[in-house]
Ligand binder design. Structure first.
Ligand code: IPD
Ligand code: CA
Ligand code: CA
Length: 265
């Protein structure tokens, strides 16, 4: 039997230690490489942080499985037992260029069910946490449930790229949404954008393509405060698949899906 209280304490200790190492790294020169294209960055800190977590988890919980962006995790095809889904630094471009607006994201699944979610904004020292069935918190302050908001009052996070060129949704669909909402924002870290929807700083967030480590923790968090999490067709996400993502406050999510994205739900 898993002792969830002890596990939660361990994750918090490890996140604090990893966060401190990342903050200390600002004083040293980073080794920056590119992955799939010249804007897809990875640094030695992304790798060292994931390695740090996988070592801790394997030493403490040898029967748990790990999915990590940088490849230090395990090879598996289905969620069974306890699975840790880790993005050691979400928002690497911000980490490299701005030294802010990036986060450590850890989602812990029990079978197929999201159980615990942690998003740690390292520079602002904000830990967003969700415990399935027991609420979501920001630095131990409970987050209230999300209330509906009209499109005209909503702040929606999206990347400008999706409005200018985009194979998945025609820009003529997104342009009216951008025009009608109160404002748009783009923070460059999916995990932070998801934590901001959960905490009400944003009303919705949509994006064309994310990986499981980008949304594993945020999905648990948003659902815990009554927000809606789907892909851009309004379908549920598979925690192990890459997909588009659309999250938002109740009511607002449905209105944008049916009136703007023209999807049925
Ligand atoms: C990226 C960030 C970004 C999102 C990209 C992700 P990374 O994660 O979350 O906001 O638009 O799709 O890949 O590479 O910085 O961990
Ligand atoms: Ca990421
Ligand atoms: Ca990352």
């Amino acid at each position: 039997m898993t002792n969830w209280t002890e596990l939660d304490q361990n994750v918090r200790t490890w996140i604090q230690e990893a966060g401190e190492r990342i903050r200390q790294s600002f004083k040293t020169e980073l080794n920056i490489k590119t992955k799939s294209n010249r804007n897809d960055l990875v640094t030695d800190m992304d790798e060292a942080t994931e390695h740090f977590f996988t070592e801790k988890i394997r030493n403490t919980y040898p029967d748990h499985q790990i999915l990590g962006e940088e490849g230090y995790g395990d090879d598996f095809k289905e969620l069974s037992g306890i699975t840790w889904i880790i993005d050691p630094i979400d928002g690497t471009m911000n980490f490299v260029h701005q030294q802010r607006n990036f986060a450590i994201s850890i989602g812990i699944y029990d079978g197929e069910e999201g159980k615990l979610g942690y998003i740690y904004d390292v520079v602002h020292d904000e830990l967003y946490f969700a415990n399935k069935g027991h609420g979501a918190y920001m630095n131990d302050v409970k987050l209230p449930g999300l209330e509906p908001v009209p499109v005209q009052d909503a702040i929606v996070a999206l990347n400008a790229l999706w409005v200018t060129e985009n194979k998945r949704i025609d820009r003529t669909i997104l342009a009216p949404l951008v025009k009608d909402v109160r404002g748009t924002r783009s923070y460059g870290s999916a995990a932070i954008e998801l934590a901001y929807v959960a905490s009400g700083r944003l009303d919705a967030y949509l994006t064309m393509r994310l990986a499981p480590w980008d949304f594993a923790a945020g999905k648990i968090m948003i659902e815990e405060v009554g927000g809606i999490v789907t892909d851009l067709n309004g379908d549920p996400l598979n925690p192990l698949n890459k997909s588009s993502l659309f999250v938002g406050k109740p009511g607002l999510h449905q209105t944008i899906l049916t009136d703007y994205l023209k999807r049925k739900i």
